[in-house]
Design a protein around this ligand. Structure first.
Ligand SMILES: [Zn+2]
Length: 235
């Protein structure tokens, strides 16, 4: 078992530096080592055509074995840097949109990324016990839960969940049609919902509020745009 995976999101910058210095001093590098370096360096994107074309089948198996070794070693401990409160929307998997690896981030997901007691408890664990440094409320465009809150949908337990989004509906200042079929309005409410979410966390968790005041953590929000994949940090 090794330490952390050398390709994880938060160690990538360091890896790139060490890989670069390794590359500068190595004329006698084996083709496989060079390939491995190429792959690690290219972690934040997909394989390029050149990289793929330079591999033979045995090298592909070798890379898969190395990847599995990194995967297994990551189960030894966890030092996640952030806790993300996101929506259950199947198109917004936080690990994937941030290109984060196993062990990098805590993720809590609930429709409409609403703050509730269990999420607050999870965030307190993430920061006060496990040492995460960032609480991120992650909303997204075209959110079905937000549309439901705008439409006053009532159905079973969903009614109570949507009630947690309604303060964002009333608080959103918007010029134009305030209907769920108006995408711009839905996104404006989702954005307000994120901002209110961060305020809720501070108000309802003295533990997290104190950690933030001390400078140990930051509580902030972001909006993910389904159309182009961009995450915009908003506060
Ligand atoms: Zn959603």
């Amino acid at each position: 078992m090794k330490g952390r995976p050398d390709k994880s999101l938060f160690s990538l910058a360091v890896d790139r530096r060490s890989l670069l210095s390794a590359a500068l001093g190595t004329c006698a590098m084996t083709p496989l080592a060079a390939l491995s370096m190429q792959l690690a360096t290219n972690r934040s994107g997909s394989l390029t055509k050149e990289q793929r074309d330079s591999m033979n089948p045995a090298q592909v198996i070798d890379e898969l074995k190395k990847g599995n070794e990194r995967f297994r070693s990551s189960a030894a401990g966890q030092y996640p840097a952030a806790v993300v409160l996101g929506c259950i929307d199947s198109r917004v998997p936080a690990e994937i949109i941030f290109d984060a690896g196993i062990g990098d981030v805590f993720i809590g997901r609930v429709a409409g990324n609403v703050v509730n007691d269990d999420m607050l408890g999870s965030m307190e664990f993430a920061c006060a016990v496990a040492g995460a440094k960032l609480v991120l409320v992650l909303g997204h465009t075209a959110c079905g839960a937000v549309k439901g809150a705008i439409d006053d949908v009532e159905m079973g337990n969903l009614t109570g969940l949507l009630a947690r989004i309604k303060p964002a509906v009333s608080a959103t200042k918007f010029e134009g049609e305030k209907l769920s079929k108006n995408a711009a309005y839905v996104d404006a409410v989702a954005r307000t919902n994120v901002v209110l979410g961060t305020e809720n966390i501070r108000r309802r968790s003295p533990i997290l509020e104190a950690l933030e005041k001390k400078g140990s953590i930051k509580i902030t929000g972001a909006m993910y745009d389904l159309a182009n994949g961009v995450v915009e940090f908003i506060g």
